[in-house]
Ligand binder design. Sequence first.
Ligand SMILES: NC(=O)c1ccc[n+]([C@@H]2O[C@H](COP(=O)([O-])OP(=O)(O)OC[C@H]3O[C@@H](n4cnc5c(N)ncnc54)[C@H](O)[C@@H]3O)[C@@H](O)[C@H]2O)c1
Length: 313
Amino acid sequence: MSSIKKVAIIGTGVIGAGWIIRCLAHNKIVYAFDKDLELKKNLLSEIKRTWPFVKKLFNKKKLNLNNFHFFTSIEQTLKDADFIQECATENYSLKTKLMSTIGKYAKSTSIIASSSSGLLPTRIYSKCKNPERGIIGHPFNPVYLLPAVEIVPGKRTSKKNLNLAKKFYKSISMNPIMVKNELPGYLSDRLQEALWREGLHIINEGYATTEELDRAIEDGPGLRWSLMGTFLTFHLAGGKTGMKHMLEQFGPALKLPWTKLKAPKLSKKLSSRLISGTVKQAKGKSVAMISNIRDQYLVDIQKLRKKYEKKLR
Ligand SMILES: NC(=O)c1ccc[n+]([C@@H]2O[C@H](COP(=O)([O-])OP(=O)(O)OC[C@H]3O[C@@H](n4cnc5c(N)ncnc54)[C@H](O)[C@@H]3O)[C@@H](O)[C@H]2O)c1
């Protein structure tokens, strides 16, 4: 069991809101910081939108909003916090500066985690007091429903704090992935980014629309990925002898020019294809409407997945 009760969330955009909702659902006391009091309104409406899904996934009865406190003073937000989850804009200089401020006002024993999607923790915590408590805790959107969180140490992070962070994330029903050493993009985003970059090339070269590429994933690899990753999937693709035959058959394809990996230039033409393509895919539905459909699906699929996961792990 984690002894961490009071959590500070710094930055209340998409990811900050997700952490707030997940922490509230697990009876943590949440102190949230953002620059503008106006943002509290968005936050409350996002909590209201997501609660029915969160409640169902975690079998919760009541949301206790008395545990939620919003501040526009960072000092006040950090005062009593045992665990700090930073969720500000992805940018090295902004995060490095912010971690220096957080280090100054936080209790010396509190753990500091950054939600960064791929920045190196050693650099982010280079100006932070007690960098041995600084980690990356990289979640996935929507944080309130997806269990994955990558814990990445910096060069100066202590083992003790990594373990405390692991315990904390488990106490809010997450499945931490312990990354051995820092690397740009960590594990999952390195994989996601490769797919994204290839997709951008295909769209840029005019071979497919955003919708066609999404369908290529949704009806094929995507359905399998929610149960097993690429390696076990490819083991099955090799027939009776598994990965051995898979490598014999598809190994030579590794030499063919199937992938480009280096991202194409995000030109006006490419940006406009991505934006108009996804607007067309949305078919007039707002982001909140599509999020509701996704969230219901994620609750249902995770309940179903539990049954099958047990047989594999
Ligand atoms: N969006 C995703 O899918 C996703 C997934 C995983 C991780 N992340 C990571 O989470 C972090 C936040 O991303 P997001 O998508 O929520 O961004 P966002 O733009 O939705 O929100 C960023 C928030 O940070 C606040 N902010 C900006 N500067 C600040 C500062 N100096 N101090 C405190 N708050 C500040 C903004 O007011 C805003 O509310 C990033 O590091 C990102 O890489 C994002």
